[in-house]
Design a protein around this ligand. Structure first.
Ligand SMILES: Cc1cc2nc3c(=O)[nH]c(=O)nc-3n(C[C@H](O)[C@H](O)[C@H](O)COP(=O)(O)OP(=O)(O)OC[C@H]3O[C@@H](n4cnc5c(N)ncnc54)[C@H](O)[C@@H]3O)c2cc1C
Length: 389
């Protein structure tokens, strides 16, 4: 076993660190305003990441990608999220949550239509599973797809959809056969934003990730053809669950990036700030917090690499390892963000200091892509299946 990054991984880390420090991080607090300027900056960040190759790291060369492994993607992703978590989330919703199922299940025509744009950052994708009455229990979605001649008519409401306000295309999961149940009766449809009957709600005013727009999607007699069906009819729920395995590694990665950014800010501040005549980093109460931050971020990273490695090896353990990484890294991030804010004292509570934004961003990790409670259920189920009596 070798824990050292190889030369390619080291160079990905260095390139992304430099790029994100210079190009993404300086705008992170401006994006946090969540206004029109922020939206333009976000789109620009996604295009810049497209040019750098980030959006295509997990995609085939035929469509402009570089077809790399998930560990490389996580190494790059840590740097993106460290610089700006909102940019990571929106970029990931596009090239991962929307782009990955197109890669895995789409036909050539769909890949040709969407992937080059998603990879360059010119086309923005989104993933529409959650509904007002169906979050943790995604089987409870009520969106329907009814056959009318050669067309499909979609009706329903999606909510909390990352990128919906700026997306060109959204992957919509809908029941085409309720009686067949989620495993055989849900289909995924690629719906373009200008399709009649497709509309979006006002962007939500959120606690964190304010630079990544989120809204509802309304489908009112929204008519699409068979060309919009992703992969096999009735397999949409399974496709969504497989996509979420990648998504959970992504959510773990953004949590790690936020946690490392918090640690960096806390270390810097603790070295500069003096109280009772000496830097606060000389007080054990403060330095022990820094030590714990170091351990938790390192453990998060190890779990992420392990889950990413299992996923790329098609290891049957990959799903549970993704849940473990996501659960651990997200809870570590909220703890670290809280400690980092505490290290800043009152200054951590005002917007001038990045830790205020990071503290608000950290919490989403415990909610998005399956809450912490749901991850514990999945992990416990796995243990009991293997070792329970
Ligand atoms: C900023 C943001 C971006 C998002 N982006 C997307 C996106 O792009 N696409 C998308 O489809 N969705 C997206 N989501 C939705 C997200 O995945 C859901 O919010 C999440 O799955 C939880 O669902 P819910 O909010 O309905 O909470 P609920 O399911 O109502 O859960 C409420 C609480 O009950 C707990 N709970 C529920 N069931 C159980 C149980 N069986 N046992 C114990 N506890 C339980 C939960 O853990 C939680 O604490 C996003 C959400 C946010 C906030």
């Amino acid at each position: 076993m070798n824990y050292e990054l190889n030369d390619i991984q080291k160079s990905i880390n260095e390139n992304f660190k430099k790029f994100c420090e210079n190009e993404i991080k300086p705008n992170a607090s401006i994006l946090d305003a969540g206004d029109e300027k922020a939206v333009e900056l976000l789109k620009n960040n996604i295009k810049k990441l497209g040019k750098l190759g980030y959006m295509g790291m997990m995609h085939e060369e035929t469509f402009g990608g570089t077809d790399q492994d998930l560990i490389n993607f996580a190494i790059a992703g840590e740097e993106v999220s460290k610089a700006c978590a909102a940019t990571f989330l929106s970029a990931g919703a596009s090239c991962g949550l929307c782009g990955m199922p197109i890669r895995l299940f789409g036909n050539d025509k769909q890949k040709e239509k969407y992937l080059p744009g998603i990879i360059s950052g010119d086309v923005i994708g989104s993933f529409g599973l959650t509904e007002p009455q169906a979050g943790s229990d995604a089987t409870a979605i009520a969106t329907t797809a009814k056959r009318k001649g050669a067309k499909w008519i979609l009706n329903g409401t999606k909510t909390f959809i990352t990128n919906a306000p700026i997306a060109d295309v959204c992957l919509i999961m809908a029941y085409n056969d309720k009686e067949a149940g989620p495993g055989a009766g849900v289909t995924a449809f690629l719906v373009d934003k200008h399709t009649p009957g497709f509309s979006i709600g006002k962007p939500f005013d959120k606690l964190g990730y304010r630079g990544s727009p989120t809204s509802e999607i309304f489908l009112e007699d929204c008519e699409v053809s068979d060309d919009a069906v992703l992969g096999e009819l009735g397999k949409g729920f399974i496709q969504a669950m497989q996509t979420l395995e990648y998504g959970r590694i992504g959510m773990a990665t953004v949590s790690l990036g936020v946690a490392v950014a918090c640690m960096d800010e806390a270390v810097k501040y603790a070295s500069q700030r003096k109280a009772f005549g000496k830097p606060i980093n000389r007080y054990q109460e403060i330095s022990f917090k820094l030590a714990d931050m170091m351990i938790l971020t390192d453990l998060s990273r190890l779990l992420i690499y392990k889950a990413a490695w299992a996923k790329q090896m098609n290891d049957p353990e990959a799903a549970v390892l993704a849940s473990c990484a996501k659960l651990f890294a997200s809870e570590a991030a909220t703890q670290i963000a809280s400690w980092a804010l505490q290290v800043h004292g009152g200054y951590g509570y005002i917007k001038e200091f990045p830790v205020e934004r990071l503290y608000r961003d950290a919490k989403l990790g415990e909610i998005g892509e399956g809450t912490s409670e749901i991850q514990r259920i999945l992990i416990a189920r796995d243990i009991l299946q293997k070792y329970g009596s």
